[in-house]
Design a protein around this ligand. Structure first.
Ligand SMILES: [Mg+2]
Length: 184
């Protein structure tokens, strides 16, 4: 099977780092990211939030730990003959370099990493003929599901929407690995 994985919030435990750094930068004490729109969450303009991420990109992408169990789970899936293709909204260029460096440092195995930037992930789903996808962004999950493949949504405070059958909420990598392994 060809498995598509998102990076932030699925493989990289990025949001605790984002929360800590955003609180520091904007002098706030938020306890969790429960809105994926971080500009709205911190009450700043989109441009301001975008500049924060641009200015601190290397640190923000190098600092996260892998999600607990991710390395083991991905390794197991690859050992079973699955192909792992990451499809991230991170941008090509500098973010690409920082991402690959992080993956190598954290021993995260991969066959391919696709950097979409603002483009819709469904085009990569089609181009690489992915069989299943794991996402934490509910909007992306719905789009990918509507493009015709099964989706697992990695649970997070910002994605607690009602899901159509066909999108399965997952709470950890042990569960996710088991679920994917049982797929035909
Ligand atoms: Mg994500």
């Amino acid at each position: 099977m060809r498995i598509g994985l998102d990076i932030d919030g699925v493989v990289a435990d990025s949001f605790p780092v984002f929360l800590r750094e955003l609180n520091k930068h904007f002098d706030k004490k938020l306890e969790k990211i429960d809105n994926y729109d971080m500009a709205k969450l911190y009450g700043v303009d989109w441009e301001v939030m975008s500049k924060f991420f641009d200015d601190h990109m290397e640190f923000l992408f190098s600092e996260p730990m892998p999600m607990p169990g991710a390395v083991e789970g991905i390794t197991e899936l690859m050992d079973k003959g699955n192909e792992i293709i990451y499809v991230t909204a991170r941008n090509p260029g500098g973010e690409e370099e920082a991402t690959i460096k992080w993956m190598n440092q954290k021993s995260i195995p991969y066959d391919k990493v696709i950097f979409m930037g603002n483009a819709c992930k469904t085009s990569a789903v089609k181009e690489y003929e992915l069989d299943v996808f794991v996402e934490d962004h509910s909007g992306n999950a719905l789009k990918i599901f509507n493009s015709g493949i099964g989706v697992f949504l990695f649970d997070a405070p910002y994605n607690r929407i009602q899901l159509p059958s066909g999108i399965t909420r997952c709470y950890n990598w042990t569960e996710l690995t088991k679920e994917i392994t049982t797929l035909k």
